[in-house]
Ligand binder design. Structure first.
Ligand code: F0G
Length: 360
């Protein structure tokens, strides 16, 4: 038979490694199974002999890695009889919660910081019919409110403090190991709440402990310089960064992430907004891959550490690109150095524009 079975999402694929029963009703949109793309041009530009792969999580159904966790969290919420879910979000979690709630036929309440989430993410939450509550405060304030309200109202929290979220997200590590036929030497991620770096480490550790592979990566977490509690060694009260997805000063998985660093022999570092935007642009222009600013922190940091030798030559590096570039069109347009050329709808004018701009 030349046909392969239809891919029906990560819970179905990794059923035996996830807390579901045979008769659990799965709330899925076919998430997971995202491409692991080997960079062709950037290693040469760095002048270094390294294999850099990017795990393009922006190709999940709602455009970010959150779908991996949300399929599990909403599946379990529905199994437990919940009629409503709630989250605080810098945008992507709210988009995923809204979509999976719609799929399940339940209500999603999302708390977002007013004016501080990217346009695409707000559009998603609204389009999927979530109840969008904008607060005059940041993500950390929203998270605190969500925890308090969930004690008094019949709603299930689907932020990454919900343990099912990390279970779903660990499957990204499984996919990488299966494709490379080993764990990478280094795995670089952007860090906000630090749920995703913790989930990846769970996945890698599970495969290593069960002898499916005999290695696990050094885990490296990059934060935006204005929102870098792991670098400061304490919580940050007024986080700021252009990468609004990781504008978080009070990470929820604080202890877990320090454990990941220690167990994997890894480190945290910070990237300036300029470095993040430069990496986002480089990836788009030199490799044809469009990710959102927060995602580019993984590559920005990795490039610096490869150049500086902290990540040595001859190794395999995976950078997670957590969200799609289309989530934040404003930032992309604002930093584009080649604005559209306006001409008359005439052959001569179009021809002149082409000849003037032909790469020499
Ligand atoms: N990258 C993107 C695009 C994100 O949206 C987030 C988190 C992260 C990285 C950081 O992941 O929190 O597991 O360390 N976004 C959350 C949200 C907070 O509400 O969408 P983390």
């Amino acid at each position: 038979m030349p046909f392969r079975p239809r891919y029906t999402g990560l819970i179905n694929k990794y059923r035996d490694r996830l807390p579901v029963q045979d008769d659990t009703r799965l709330i899925s949109l076919g998430e997971g199974n995202t491409p692991l793309i080997k960079l062709n041009n950037i290693p040469g530009l760095l002048g270094k002999n390294v294999d850099i792969y990017v795990k393009y999580e922006g190709l999940n159904p709602t455009g970010s890695f959150k779908d991996r966790g949300m399929t599990m969290a909403v599946t379990k919420a529905v199994e437990e009889g919940s009629k409503a879910i709630i989250c605080a979000s810098t945008g992507n979690t709210s988009a995923a919660a809204a979509a999976y709630a719609a799929r399940a036929g339940i209500t999603a309440f999302v708390l977002i910081p007013e004016g501080k989430i990217a346009m695409g993410k707000l559009a998603q939450a609204m389009m999927h019919g979530a109840v969008v509550i904008q607060i005059k405060g940041n993500f950390d304030a929203g998270m605190q409110l969500v925890k308090e309200v969930a004690e008094q109202a019949p709603v299930t929290i689907v932020n990454s403090i919900n343990p099912f979220r990390l279970q779903g997200q660990k499957t990204a590590a499984f996919e990488i190991v299966e494709e490379l036929e080993c764990a990478p030497d280094y795995h670089c991620l952007p860090v906000g709440n630090a749920g995703n770096i913790s989930a990846h480490w769970m996945g890698y550790s599970e495969y290593r402990d069960q002898g499916i592979v005999n290695n696990s990566p050094v885990m490296v977490g990059y934060q935006a310089a204005g929102s870098a509690p792991f670098l400061r060694g304490h919580m940050v009260d007024n986080p700021e960064t252009v990468a609004t997805a990781i504008r978080i000063g009070h990470p929820q998985s604080w202890d877990k992430a320090w454990q990941v660093k220690d167990e994997s022999g890894g480190w945290f570092d910070e990237c300036t907004d300029e470095e993040i935007l430069a990496a986002q642009k480089m990836l788009a222009r030199k490799e044809g891959i469009f990710c959102e600013p927060a995602s580019a922190a993984s590559l920005a940091g990795a490039m610096r550490d490869i150049r500086g030798g902290r990540i040595p030559e001859g190794v395999k590096v995976v950078c997670t690109l957590t969200g799609h570039g289309l989530k934040d069109p404003d930032i992309a347009i604002r930093q584009s150095s080649a604005p559209p050329i306006n001409v008359e709808a005439e052959l001569e004018a179009v021809k002149a524009a082409i000849l003037e701009n032909m790469a020499s």
